[in-house]
Design a protein. Structure first.
Length: 267
């Protein structure tokens, strides 16, 4: 059969088909805008470092691996004829670097997973600059003549110690404020601390959640119980919108579904 070489005549589509095509265009456009809106900037990143470092004496923490010390940990144990005592402290290496402390502002808070660092802090903690060598994490004093030991500091936990607790950290990179955390286990009887990991937010001024290792607010399952309110729950995409985003195949599927829906139910 010979095809005509002349111009084709424009087909007059029924009004119902025009409406369906318009709905498809709007829905597909909305899907595209939604995907663009949910995309994160390329530089939105949390840098997480695993660690297994037993802190003895003085330990310098370079949170962002730029060769500059950001925070300093210190342990000390001493004795006299009647007492034995020791402490674990932490301080910002420079005055602009700070620790999240308890309400009194003297002790470094032992935070659980799921606490936001930066902006409005959960549980009412405040960020305090280092004082008197830095906030106390844990300390003990053993009175030999009484055979009694006294513990102080959130990380001592009354002598029980803590596992998988977090320091909230605020520090400066090239004049910009960043937030981070450090995870530690502490045994107060011997003033032994083990650093097991740390992380920081690369975007200046953007909060970070303790235990967060990715920019999607995910919490590592091995880091303790997270605060559900701090997590991002994805919104399911409607099935019809997903079919429309497929283009022509999706449109044919939509038409079949629309045809089935319009068919009267048989008794």
């Amino acid at each position: 059969m010979k095809r005509s070489s002349g111009p084709r005549k424009a087909a007059n589509l029924p009004e119902s088909v025009h409406r369906q095509l318009n709905m498809y265009a709007l829905a597909a456009g909305a899907a595209g805008v939604s995907m663009l809106g949910s995309a994160q900037p390329a530089d939105a990143k949390i840098v997480y470092t695993r660690a297994d470092k037993v802190i003895v004496g003085v330990f310098d923490l370079d949170l962002n691996h730029d060769g500059i010390t950001d925070f300093v940990f210190g342990t000390r144990i001493g004795s006299t004829e009647s007492t034995v005592g020791g402490y674990l402290r932490v301080a910002g290496y420079v005055s602009d670097n700070s620790i999240v402390t308890t309400h009194r502002g003297n002790d470094a808070a032992a935070l659980r997973a799921g606490v936001r660092i930066g902006g409005n802090l959960d549980a009412g903690e405040t960020i305090s600059p280092p004082k008197y060598g830095g906030p106390i994490m844990a300390s003990f004093r053993r009175l030999c003549f009484q055979c009694k030991t006294y513990f102080a500091g959130p990380w001592a936990n009354g002598g029980k110690g803590v596992r998988n607790r977090y320091l909230g950290l605020k520090f400066v990179i090239k004049g910009k404020v960043h937030y981070g955390w450090a995870r530690l286990n502490v045994e107060p009887h011997s003033i032994t601390a083990t650093l097991t990991g740390y992380a920081y937010q690369t975007i200046p001024g953007k909060p970070i959640i303790t235990g967060q290792t990715k920019a999607t607010d995910e919490i590592d399952d091995n880091m303790g119980q997270a605060n559900p309110a701090a997590l991002t729950v994805p919104t399911p995409e409607p099935a019809t919108l997903g079919a429309l985003a497929l283009g022509a195949p999706g449109l044919s599927i939509w038409r079949r579904e629309d045809s089935v829906a319009a068919t009267p139910e048989r008794n």
